[in-house]
Design a protein. Structure first.
Length: 95
């Protein structure tokens, strides 16, 4: 369908599953930047209660406010999930 609608260039290849989407859909469809924001915040939506979704929605944006919201939520996510912050968790893989 994406090829048929012209949303996907058959000659273009993605370089990463965490890179911006190669889909180029016109409004009212979701943009590649919005897809990337959802990829980034999906674990937060899955782990945190629905009462936090408004905060997570802010974290989807790739701007100063969105990055600040994401950093705070990601820190909380790591501590809730792993019992420590991300930096200390990564130390468990070293040495």
């Amino acid at each position: 369908m994406a090829l048929k609608e012209g949303w996907l260039d058959p000659e273009r290849q993605t370089t990463s599953v965490i890179a911006e989407s190669i889909l180029d859909m016109p409004p009212p469809y979701i943009s590649s930047g919005e897809i990337l924001g959802l990829q980034r915040t999906f674990p937060l939506y899955a782990k945190l209660p629905e009462s936090r979704w408004a905060e997570i929605r802010k974290a989807e944006k790739n701007d100063v406010e969105g990055k600040a919201a994401f950093d705070l939520l990601a820190k909380e996510f790591y501590e809730m999930t792993y019992g420590m912050d991300e930096e200390n968790r990564m130390l468990t893989y070293a040495g």
